[in-house]
Design a protein around this ligand. Structure first.
Ligand SMILES: [Zn+2]
Length: 654
């Protein structure tokens, strides 16, 4: 293998090897993949234990140079490969017969290498100039095989009556030489799949034709929209029964195909309604001039469903919410693809949230909240909180963690909707603007990819265009980039002052230090009174270890219910403190108002934002409330009170 080092320095080679099993970041490349034209001729073979698919195949890959390019690499698992971190082993026996290289349409001689059974490295005989097109044609044959039970297994044949592919995250390279990273989306994929006559094949995009030669039939499909590699699939079976529906929307009429197990008489008939609901909320179904299909993989599928572009593969067709989830991925995952699998929020959190959006528009807001509460409880009940949503860990089960990526991610999108309600100071308007912002982001990233940080920037851009406060970076940091959730301790204290009731609510944030201190504007609380009346109000929780809020009522408050009716992902304890234990500080009109419920000597210090003392005073407290002038310029200060009770907080003089 020493010849490799003649053109690829060792450290770059290591980087390329690592690329095949970690979650690589978006990497700047000197070229762009423009299209795949692939052909696969499938027969079957009986080896010692199993029936295996044998293929004769090619993939013709068209590229365009962006910058001067003298070599490229492609992913292709030809032989034995143990996938690190996953319980999966590939035992392929694929043989490359030849690779041809064309530059601006002309055949050229060149060199290629296949180190480590996972890569094809191509060295061009000259440097390719920017904007030149070039094509690699890779011809190969052999057998695909895998062990392990999770998804993303590549190409499989079951019981000699169904052959299908399953790719997410990196299964495409197990059967098709390709640039197999989610952000590298070819603009066109042209597929020709040749099987025994009598087999019916479905692939991405539109059927162009099907041609019979002797005992073989070749189905020709073309996907005319950019497509992430992990969504490139086909399925073929001699057993499928096919049913067709039509979806009508405005002036559009689109076929919906159901490829079914012959014993299944219940296709997902709710798909037209689901297409309409999501088109109304997110913009028209992005592949409306092609099709939508649900393909039932009735043998050996991993047990769920996979949102392959225009072609959802599913184990079962009668789960309404599962169908809605996969369909919604056609906006969130397929139209806008996670740039890397660290950004899986872009796909799975959105699709899980879309289950609730579907319920809301189909059945009502109560059903939406039912889904959101389900997500919140699933996350809170599972107990392992130390993975962030962004980049949750190295294994497949980290990235596709149902509690973190799916459930918490969905509840976080609900929390973003609540933030919009707070920003717009109106629930209906906030909801409306939230969905407008999702559409804005969707349109901006349409047929491309997004990182979590792109979503964050697009939301800020939307708010900026609305002349709203865009300083919401904390939201993404506390909910997505850091692990955990608020663990609020509410300490309640009330005091009858002779005519009215003072109510003090102290909120301590008791979550571990490596989690964020949470900021939640307009956090809801319900207050109940001795006469059985109640009010719903809000407090502005800032990212502080502790805050005290003061209320004054003419009737006695008896019960405080924080986060009513349980909107956020949080854990709350509420304790009533019998005697007033809190110092309460308020600044208004350049006056400092203190409530210090225990008598004694206190030391008061106020610091400016640079940490310099701007006021220092000894206080003799013999009554609860005192007020003093505060001749300080407007700004942020820190106040510290020491004595029988202690207090430390940020204050704003405005
Ligand atoms: Zn999903």
């Amino acid at each position: 293998m020493i010849y490799l080092f003649t053109f690829i320095p060792e450290k770059n080679l290591q980087k390329i090897e690592i690329l095949s099993y970690t979650w690589p970041d978006v990497e700047y490349k000197t070229f762009k993949v423009i299209r795949y034209d692939y052909f696969i001729w499938i027969d079957s073979i009986k080896n010692a234990q199993n029936l295996r698919p044998i293929l004769n195949a090619y993939n013709k890959i068209t590229f365009k140079a962006i910058d001067p390019t003298d070599s490229i690499y492609l992913h292709f698992i030809k032989g034995f490969y143990v996938v690190p971190y996953w319980t999966d082993t590939v035992k392929n026996n694929l043989i490359i017969d030849s690779i041809k290289f064309f530059h601006n349409g002309n055949y050229k001689a060149f060199n290629y290498y296949t180190p480590g059974d996972t890569l094809i490295i191509v060295k061009f005989p000259f440097t390719i100039n920017p904007n030149d097109s070039f094509r690699l044609e890779i011809y190969y044959h052999g057998i695909t095989n895998r062990s392990g039970s999770s998804f993303g297994g590549g190409l499989d044949l079951k019981q000699n009556n169904i052959v299908y592919t399953d790719n997410e995250p990196f299964g495409l390279r197990r059967w098709l030489p390709s640039f197999d990273l989610p952000y590298e989306k070819p603009q066109i994929v042209d597929a020709k799949i040749k099987t025994k006559i009598g087999w019916k094949t479905i692939a991405n995009g539109k059927l162009i034709d099907s041609i019979i030669e002797g005992n073989w039939i070749t189905y020709h499909y073309r996907e005319n929209y950019p497509i992430a590699p992990y969504l490139i699939v086909f399925a073929s079976s001699n057993k499928f029964t096919i049913q067709t529906q039509t979806w009508n929307y405005n002036n559009i009429s689109m076929p919906i195909y159901h490829y079914l197990d012959p014993n299944n008489n219940s296709p997902s008939l709710y798909l037209p309604n689901q297409l309409t609901i999501f088109s109304n909320k997110y913009g028209i179904y992005p592949f409306y001039d092609e099709k939508y299909a649900e393909v039932q993989i009735f043998e050996g599928f991993f047990g769920g469903a996979m949102e392959n572009q225009t072609n959802t593969f599913t184990i079962a067709t009668h789960y309404e919410i599962l169908s809605a989830h996969e369909l919604s991925h056609h906006w969130w995952g397929n139209m806008v693809t996670c740039a890397t699998f660290k950004d899986i929020f872009i796909n799975e959190s959105f699709a899980t949230y879309s289950e609730a959006v579907y319920d809301e528009n189909n059945l009502g807001y109560g059903n939406y909240m039912g889904q959101i509460h389900g997500d919140i409880n699933r996350y809170l009940n599972h107990g392992d909180y130390n993975k962030p949503i962004y980049n949750p860990g190295p294994s497949l089960s980290d990235v596709f963690d149902v509690n973190i990526t799916y459930s918490k991610g969905s509840a976080v999108l609900h929390a973003l909707r609540l933030l919009f309600r707070a920003i717009y100071n109106d629930s209906a308007l906030g909801d409306n603007k939230f969905f407008q912002a999702l559409k804005y982001y969707g349109n901006k990233r349409k047929f491309s990819y997004a990182r979590v940080v792109d979503f964050e920037n697009d939301i800020k851009e939307f708010l900026n265009s609305e002349n709203k406060d865009t300083s919401i970076g904390y939201f993404f940091n506390q909910w997505i980039f850091k692990p955990g959730h608020p663990q609020f301790q509410f300490l309640i204290s009330k005091n009858f002052n002779g005519s009215t009731y003072d109510l003090y609510i102290k909120v301590n944030q008791n979550q571990p230090n490596n989690w964020a201190r949470f900021k939640i504007p307009k956090y809801p609380i319900r207050i109940k009174f001795s006469d059985n009346s109640q009010i719903d109000t809000t407090i502005n929780i800032d990212s502080l270890p502790s805050q005290t809020f003061y209320f004054n009522f003419i009737k006695e408050p008896t019960t405080i219910i924080p986060d009513y009716p349980n909107h956020y992902i949080d854990q709350i304890s509420v304790a009533l403190i019998p005697e007033n234990e809190f110092i309460y500080v308020k600044i208004k009109d350049n006056k400092l108002k203190l409530s210090i419920p225990r008598i004694g000597n206190y030391e008061l210090k106020i610091y400016n934002s640079l940490g310099r003392i701007v006021l220092s005073k000894n206080l003799q407290i013999n009554k609860n409330q005192i007020e003093m002038p505060l001749n300080l310029p407007k700004g942020i200060y820190f106040i510290e009170i020491k004595g029988n009770l202690n207090y430390k907080s940020k204050i704003i003089n405005f």
